[in-house]
Design a protein around this ligand. Structure first.
Ligand code: MG
Length: 219
């Protein structure tokens, strides 16, 4: 009897293992084929979609350049990037004369081919007499947003002989980031002197340039 039982039990266990192993291999094979099939059919589609998406967004990205210059005269406040800086001279202008913000406005308008700051805010209009340039920038940003764009990043360059602007750079970046509705890391502000050369070097004037990247908001 014990021999009879052993003969019947052993093949049952072995066939059980064999059955489970076979099912496992079959399942693995089907899974492999299913994954391969999806990869073969869908992967090119995903790659194409991504490429199409990037091309579509890249086509909509806009770049803008702006430049402005002002004379420096006594009896005026010096405004740089929305910050008032202590100085014996300030910008002569119809508005508050913030040369840096004017260059930024021009770069925003230029990116969308909307003309220049003089077209939108003429210095012959009383509406803009002594106007705060931050308000001009807000209006330019409204035009940018109306057309479905936001600021990706901006890089500005100021040329001023004196006073030194470097201590004010953090405040200028913070002010500009708030006005442009972007992160402070996306606002680069640089300043240099002209080594006593030219109208900037002899303290007669100040100028600024700006390059901005605009991104489509809903893509
Ligand atoms: Mg100006």
């Amino acid at each position: 009897m014990p021999v009879f039982k052993a003969n019947h039990t052993e093949p049952d266990i072995l066939s059980g293992f064999f059955f489970v192993g076979k099912r496992f291999l079959s399942f693995s094979r089907r899974l492999f084929l299913a994954v391969s099939s999806v990869s073969r059919t869908r992967l090119p589609f995903f790659c194409f979609s991504r490429k199409y998406y990037l091309c579509r967004v890249m086509k909509k990205i806009r770049i803008g350049y702006g430049y402005d210059v002002h004379r420096l005269v006594e009896g005026r406040r010096l405004w740089i990037g929305g910050v008032s800086i202590e100085s014996p001279k300030g910008e002569a202008a119809h508005s508050d004369g913030d040369v840096l913000l004017h260059a930024v406005c021009d770069s925003l308008l230029g990116a969308l081919a909307l003309g220049d700051i003089g077209t939108h805010f003429p210095d012959t209009s009383d509406e803009f007499k002594d106007i705060d340039s931050k308000e001009l920038l807000r209006r330019c940003m409204s035009m940018v947003k109306e057309r479905g764009y936001c600021v990706g990043n901006i890089d500005v360059m100021l040329r001023l002989e004196r006073p030194k602007v470097k201590p004010h750079v953090p405040k200028i970046r913070e002010t500009m980031a708030a006005l442009l509705e972007c992160d402070i890391e996306d606002v680069s502000v640089k300043a240099t002197t002209c080594e006593s050369m030219g109208f900037v070097g002899n303290g007669d004037g100040v100028d600024a340039s700006s390059v901005v990247l605009l991104l489509p908001k809903n893509d």
